[in-house]
Design a protein around this ligand. Structure first.
Ligand SMILES: Nc1ncnc2c1ncn2[C@@H]1O[C@H](COP(=O)(O)OP(=O)(O)OP(=O)(O)O)[C@@H](O)[C@H]1O
Length: 232
């Protein structure tokens, strides 16, 4: 049995003298579907950045496929990011002057070679094959997010990290994008960690953890008094 793709051990992030993430320990198995849920300001994006090696924790250790990645030099962290982690952001983060195809191919371009066959499979699976040559400005929100999902999987990552990936979409489109995300997760054998304020997503995930005031709890019943309907 293989070990976790990501394992955080007592991750703490301090900003301005106070902890905005405190003693967070979690483990992401290779086949995981994990929802990290919590209200606005709970520290979700901070955790996303640490798990994605986009920022370093003040203390604690992040292991990626068993290797301590917290103290590696940036060059090595960038290589791990490129090869191991796929990112999906709420605001898509597509490059305006690249076509849908070239946007999705970007992570492959960073490795120096394109695997057009794999990209084609992803575009087919996400039902965007007819949009290859279109530029982001001409795509709907749902189409942009599907291109972003193709991009996140371009290098066959071990884990996809998604930060509120449906936050900018209407409920029906959001549902469709989630279906596609889970569909390609299963087809590509990828772990999925999705960060959201939306408790309605819980039934879709094998595991949910709750982040409150920078701390993790698995007891989802304790937050009944929190109104999740109004993300900041
Ligand atoms: N660089 C920083 N300096 C000081 N405080 C920060 C910094 N970054 C984040 N914070 C604070 O840390 C807390 C957690 O922020 P974070 O963005 O991780 O929360 P979040 O759960 O993602 O919120 P949201 O759902 O609203 O995006 C917030 O109170 C935020 O103001």
């Amino acid at each position: 049995m293989t070990g976790p793709v990501l394992r955080g051990d007592r991750l703490t992030v301090e900003r301005g003298g106070s902890a905005i993430l405190e003693d967070v320990s979690l483990s992401v198995a290779p086949d995981a579907s994990l929802l990290v849920r919590g209200p606005s300001g709970a520290g979700k994006s901070t955790l996303f950045n640490v798990l994605g090696l986009l920022s370093t924790p003040t203390s604690g250790t992040l292991y990626v496929n068993g290797e301590d990645a917290s103290s590696l030099p940036e060059r090595k962290r960038a290589a791990i990011r490129r090869d191991t982690i796929g990112f999906v952001f709420q605001d898509f983060q597509l490059i305006p002057d690249l076509s849908a195809w070239d946007n999705a191919a970007l992570p492959q371009d960073h490795t120096g070679s394109r695997d057009e066959e794999w990209l084609g499979e992803l575009f087919d699976a996400l039902d965007i094959s007819d949009l290859k040559s279109q530029y982001p400005a001409t795509l709907s929100g749902g189409e942009k997010q599907r291109v972003a999902i193709a991009r996140s999987l371009a290098n066959r990552p071990d884990v996809v990290l998604a930060d509120e990936p449906t936050g900018q979409l209407d409920p029906r489109t959001a549902e469709k994008v989630l279906d596609l995300l889970f569909g390609v997760k299963e087809r590509t054998d990828t772990a999925l960690v999705l960060i959201s304020h939306d408790r309605g997503l819980e039934p879709r995930f094998a595991e949910t953890v709750l982040l409150r005031d920078g701390r993790l709890t698995v007891d989802a019943d304790v937050d009944d008094e929190i109104d999740y309907s109004l993300p900041r």
